[in-house]
Design a protein around this ligand. Sequence first.
Ligand SMILES: Cc1cc2nc3c(=O)[nH]c(=O)nc-3n(C[C@H](O)[C@H](O)[C@H](O)COP(=O)(O)OP(=O)(O)OC[C@H]3O[C@@H](n4cnc5c(N)ncnc54)[C@H](O)[C@@H]3O)c2cc1C
Length: 373
Amino acid sequence: MLDVLIAGAGPVGLYLGALLLQQGHTVQILEQRPARSTHSRAIGIHPPALDALDLIGVGDLLCAEGVRIRRGIARSDRRLVTGLSFASASPRHPYVLAIPQVRTEAWLEQRVTELDPQALRRGVRVLGLVDDGASVRVVTDTGELRARILVAADGARSTVRSSLGVGIRQRSYPDMYLMGDFAESTADGDVAVLYLETGGIVESFPLPGAIRRWVVHTDALVEQPTAVGLARLLRERTGVAVDPDSNSMLSAFNVRAGLARRMVHGRTALIGDAAHEISPIGGQGMNLGWLDACALAPLIGTALAGGATGRGLLHWEQQRLRAARRAARQAELNMALGRPLPAKALGIRNTVLGTLAGPGPAQRLIARRFTMQ
Ligand SMILES: Cc1cc2nc3c(=O)[nH]c(=O)nc-3n(C[C@H](O)[C@H](O)[C@H](O)COP(=O)(O)OP(=O)(O)OC[C@H]3O[C@@H](n4cnc5c(N)ncnc54)[C@H](O)[C@@H]3O)c2cc1C
């Protein structure tokens, strides 16, 4: 019998797998996809998550490849509104690291495979489970497996969560976005830029390889996005020209959020998007999942050694649900900041923002909030 089965080899399942393998447990990670997803999603890694990644020896690898964003600025109507430094965010990692999720997952998978080449099993779909109180029997499309503990890291549409009958509070938002990566065409270097415009926000972030990611708030979901259309929108709203031929990723999305009612059920724990889906505009979902895993791993160690974990797990669940609610509120604030506004109201709001985010304690607080402290 295995010590731990993990459903899902996204960034969160892979991270937990590496952590538990390092602690000497027998672990299998079951992933339905035969190959890693190339769909570009998360790019921002915050200081507490970098500390967690350091524990499995992956933080330095990511930092060597990613772009360290030490500062963000806000512009409106081609003028600077305010700036925000992340210098006080953390002594070890005073920046937000920007790197595409696909690269992050590649490093995590490499670490898992180094620790145990057999730990990750691709092309295996978890269908359901039976918890008999002493172990969990996991039913997959290729057979059954038994483990002392099951961890569901199988994403927002978690099969494990549904099988357990754990409820989820879901919410959708009116906000729609168009996102694309283009060759760098600005002089903003490693600075993140928010363009607060009457038509809605435009966000831009530097990525490795002289690429910049652009995220634009749109009135409706763009059903068939094109690089030319996004380039036109960017020029109209911000005055910035990007080369449509240099586009390397394009995606349109709407926003949902969800929070599971429980994260622990018998011998199963839910982590990552399986427990909480956060709007991408918060830039925190993946980070939050790693922090779930980081805090859960020692409790799993105690449980496997026969120790009592009842109170510890209750505390873990309360803390992690609280962190998810805080991240969801931050994301809602970010989305509200990005909605279209008439010129006069935008002008007033920008003045308030400029004052609030000026140098001083308020700026430090905002920087800490943006970096998950
Ligand atoms: C556009 C966009 C931008 C984002 N930007 C950021 C950001 O900057 N920072 C940030 O922190 N977050 C961001 N996020 C959120 C982030 O992508 C997610 O929070 C993160 O991927 C969650 O990781 P996970 O491992 O919990 O779930 P997932 O990444 O969804 O992985 C779950 C895995 O489980 C597998 N699986 C599912 N069901 C089964 C099954 N039954 N059996 C076996 N395997 C199964 C799936 O195939 C998948 O590989 C963004 C999201 C989007 C959409």
